[in-house]
Design a protein around this ligand. Structure first.
Ligand SMILES: *Cc1c(COP(=O)(O)O)cnc(C)c1O
Length: 467
């Protein structure tokens, strides 16, 4: 464990303790999301540095954060402050990026199902668009003819390289729904012609997959996109394709505190696999999501009851499918580390005992961990689902009308000048006792009133009036 990951764990443990002390989590709000602001900043800086190390001086690189990984406006703003843009894939995600103040020129629109209206809006705003299909390209033809645009326009290709270890996360299979399948018969020639006939098509895009795809496979996908761009540029006798969008997908280590693979390792792998990629002729776009946020997030939930059934010990907690849908529905593909904390939010000691960690949802499979050795949990304790900063608390599943939990960013309050009436505690201690951690809300907990309204509350009478 490196010193950075050790301190990430210390920061997390201090935040859990402080969240319990400050009442962010309690009987009224028995599950919350926590986000380590320093961890997010560190990951963003590592991404920038990794590409700065391998690219020729002056190479333009836009790191566009994949908004679906953490669709929270303050997170997008935080990342924008660290120099990142946004990759969006729906009108909702675009609205979030705009609300965060991300400039159109730093926003990229992907998605296999863009409507005419979405495309028109993107082109009017000057947002980059990667066409996902031949039919979408035909729609772009009409729009480009009808009005000038500042948008950078590209085509997403599917290098058809095969799957990683999670089928649902593998976008570059033979028959994937994404992009123009470039190895199908005649497809390569069609693509080269499609570019040659459209001088305004200047970007090549490939996103080979997400969690479960080995970096080597991703790098092969980037190589395929690069080679096609070279072929287009040779065919037209100039540098028509000026940028390569190499997608995201760097896998995350969900098994320990260690960050592996790192952005630096991936950038170096790209440099070795596609040596000319970074020679300065091409601008670059990246679209990382999970690898930027996962390690900085924690779902913290109270243990409500414990029981035993058929010899199996079960802790019934408030974190289940509503905050960890993938883990609950596909536990083999999406295992999470679970940490046990006591009623005061201190790491729980004690001999590990195999237990099921269950959620609050009313179906039997609502388990975030099965038969997991943990110090024996008791009512009032807390469990933390680790590495859940991406695609967990930000991707709520509204089962059982469970409200979206509050999400809080945390940072050490050390070095801040505050006047307390009590004598300040020892360094690193809160004057009220415990760690010195400051929280800001990232998303407020959904109220029951909001939940009722979202479920048609104000429309209650209309359906029965229809005969
Ligand atoms: C989901 C997605 C990403 C981000 O993937 P991560 O695995 O979160 O890095 C990037 N680009 C596209 C087109 C995507 O669909």
């Amino acid at each position: 464990m490196g010193p950075e990951s050790a301190s990430a764990r210390e920061r997390r443990e201090a935040a859990v303790r402080a969240a319990v002390r400050d009442g962010l989590i309690g009987a009224r709000h028995p599950v919350i999301g926590l986000l380590d602001v320093r961890g997010v900043r560190t990951a963003a800086a590592a991404l920038r540095a990794a590409f700065e190390e391998v690219t020729a001086p002056g190479t333009e690189v836009l790191h566009a954060f994949a908004v679906k990984a953490a669709s929270l406006v303050p997170v997008l703003r935080l990342l924008a402050g660290e120099g990142l843009g946004c990759e969006v894939a729906s009108p909702g995600e675009l609205a979030l990026a705009r609300a965060a103040g991300v400039a159109p020129g730093r926003t990229v629109l992907d998605s296999p199902a863009k409507t005419d209206a979405e495309l028109r809006e993107a082109l009017a705003l000057g947002i980059a668009v990667n066409a996902d299909s031949r039919q979408e390209l035909a729609r772009l033809d009409a729009l480009v003819r009808s009005a000038p645009t500042a948008s950078v326009l590209g085509v997403r290709v599917n290098p058809q390289l095969g799957a990683g270890s999670i089928g649902a996360m593998s976008t570059a299979t033979e028959t994937s729904k994404f992009g123009v399948a470039m190895r199908d018969e005649g497809a390569r020639a069609w693509l080269v012609r499609a570019f040659a006939e459209r001088p305004w098509l200047t970007r090549m895009h490939a996103h080979v997959g997400s969690q479960g795809c080995p970096p080597e496979l991703m790098a092969e996908g980037v190589r395929a996109a690069y080679e096609l761009a070279e072929e287009v540029n040779r065919a037209v006798g100039g540098q028509q394709v000026r940028t390569l969008d190499i997608g995201g997908g760097l896998p995350v280590n969900f098994a320990s505190e260690e960050v592996t693979p790192t952005f630096r390792e991936y950038a170096r792998l790209l440099d070795v696999t596609v040596p000319a990629l970074f020679d300065g002729r091409y601008g670059l776009v990246t679209e990382f999501g999970r690898s930027l946020l996962a390690k900085s997030g924690t779902v913290l939930a109270r243990v409500e009851y414990t029981k035993s059934a058929g010899g199996r010990r079960i802790a019934v907690t408030h974190a289940g499918a509503q905050v960890a849908a993938r883990t609950v529905f596909a536990p083999a593909a999406w295992p999470l580390r679970v940490a046990a904390f006591d009623a005061l939010g201190r790491p729980k000691e004690g001999a590990p005992v195999p237990q099921d960690v269950a959620g609050p949802c009313c179906f039997a499979g609502d388990l975030v961990a099965a038969d997991r050795p943990l110090p024996l949990l008791e009512p009032g304790d807390h469990v933390a689902l680790l590495d859940t900063g991406a695609y967990y608390f930000s991707n709520h599943f509204a089962y059982n009308s469970l409200p979206r939990p509050g999400v809080y960013g945390y940072a050490s309050a050390e070095g801040r000048t505050e006047t307390f009436t009590d004598a300040p505690g020892e360094s690193g201690e809160h004057p009220g006792g415990g760690p010195n951690v400051r929280f800001v809300p990232v998303r407020r907990p959904q109220s029951l009133g909001e939940l009722v309204e979202e479920s048609g509350g104000s429309l209650a009478a209309d359906l029965s009036a229809l005969r």
